[in-house]
Design a protein around this ligand. Structure first.
Ligand code: PLP
Length: 393
């Protein structure tokens, strides 16, 4: 057989999916992958069924059904202080996942550099490589996941094409402040760099944190591509409806890539998502309340189980220091630790190294997803406690 692609040869299987597989095989509790174990709102399911019944089953308009693009523009105005034209500035994609890849493919030339904060959402590295970009990482440091301004300044250079920003952040739960965003904007303007912002956790915020869209900061609207999706806000990760918002010349390119890669996101689900985008404020408040309760419950419990969690301010993940528990289990590294953990306790987490360019940095970290019912979280905490990782057995 001839050699397969050199690019994909370097990709490893997603550790998150590996953990999910092990967890499913032993019937454990999956706190590794970020999807809810409660169902999509009934109203939304009814809308999807109705869309299928009413015959919305053929190819959509490739860059998004007009009704959905209209609602996305409305929502950007309502929540993000970003004005966009649904006719020219929006591309509906198969989830934020495709929106990110289609965007990078649209703006990157081989050899361009892309700045990525780390720890990062695990798709960004492969996305950058698939689009021919060289990732340049800037560390976020616990406990508050702040970055060193000098390090960020020196990551920008004449080869920098874009910075990828994820706020609220997976895996850290960091919510970038206005001051930080203004600083990033100044650097983007100085170096003539695009910003690609992944804002899919925009409504999942704790302790009064505020989500600010980078595109709303002065000077950024025509150089920012804002990515979002129905997955997390409407607890519908399987629907695969996401979007990218950017000014017309950028959108024209994104649409070209998108058209060839996927043609379009599922037609009936686009129509259902369009209605969801008009949900009243109360929907978003109760979503945030639900996750605030889950975060408080899980954070308090995790501390008593031999982990030192870093308090998230948004998204539905918590990174925890696992050094004591890892040493107690005699695991040589974080990957072995999470494998041992799932086998011993039935609770699956993601090894820290999955989120770093240098695996050594994640040696003593693991990420837990707490987008689960309270009873699931209580059960997981009990299993972790029973394993006596603190050494109290
Ligand atoms: N971006 C981030 C930061 C995520 O955490 C995830 C999923 O966990 C995605 C994108 C994937 O989004 P989608 O389901 O819309 O493709």
């Amino acid at each position: 057989m001839k050699k397969l692609s050199f690019i994909t040869e370097t990709f490893t299987e997603s550790v998150i999916r590996e953990m999910t597989r092990i967890c499913d095989a032993i019937g454990g509790i999956n706190l590794s992958q970020g999807f809810p174990d409660f169902d999509t709102p009934e109203e939304l399911k009814a809308l999807a069924i109705e869309a299928i019944r009413s015959g919305r089953n053929q190819y959509p308009v490739t860059f998004g059904e007009p009704i959905l693009r209209g609602r996305i523009a409305e929502k950007m105005h309502r929540f993000n202080r970003v004005e966009c034209d649904p006719a020219t500035d929006i591309t509906v994609c198969c989830g934020a996942t495709e929106a990110m890849l289609s965007t990078l493919k649209a703006i990157i030339n081989p050899g361009d550099e892309v700045i990525i904060f780390e720890p990062f959402y695990e798709n960004y590295g492969p996305d950058a490589i698939l689009s021919g970009a060289k990732p340049r990482y800037v560390p976020l440091t616990p406990p508050d996941w702040s970055y060193d301004q000098e390090q960020l300044n020196s990551a920008f250079n004449n080869h920098t094409k874009a910075i990828i920003l994820n706020t609220p952040n997976n895996p850290t739960g960091k919510v970038f402040s206005r001051e930080e965003l203004e600083g990033i904007a100044l650097l983007c303007l100085k170096w003539d760099v695009f910003a690609v912002t992944d804002e899919i956790y925009e409504h999942i915020l704790y302790d009064g944190s505020e989500h600010i869209s980078l595109a709303s900061i002065d000077g950024m609207s025509d150089r920012t591509i804002t990515i979002n999706s129905a997955s997390k806000t409407y607890s519908a990760t399987g629907w695969r409806v996401g979007w990218a918002v950017a000014v017309r010349p950028i959108t024209e390119r994104i649409r070209k890539v998108h058209d060839f890669v996927t043609v379009g996101a599922p037609t009936p689900l686009q129509h259902a998502a369009a209605e969801a985008l008009r949900f009243p404020d109360e929907y978003y408040r109760s979503l945030a309340d639900r996750y605030q309760e889950a975060r408080n419950l899980f954070l308090a419990g995790l501390t008593g189980c031999g982990f030192q969690p870093y308090e998230p301010k948004g998204s539905y993940y918590v990174m925890a220091d696992t050094k004591a528990a890892r040493e107690r289990l005699g695991a040589g590294n974080d990957v072995d630790f999470t494998r041992l953990l799932v086998n011993k306790t039935g609770v699956a987490a993601v090894p820290g190294s999955a989120f770093y360019s240098d695996p050594a940095v994640g040696l003593n970290q693991a990420r837990f997803a707490f987008c689960k019912k309270p009873e699931t979280l209580r059960k997981a905490l009990q299993l972790l406690k029973d394993a006596a990782l603190l050494g109290n057995d």
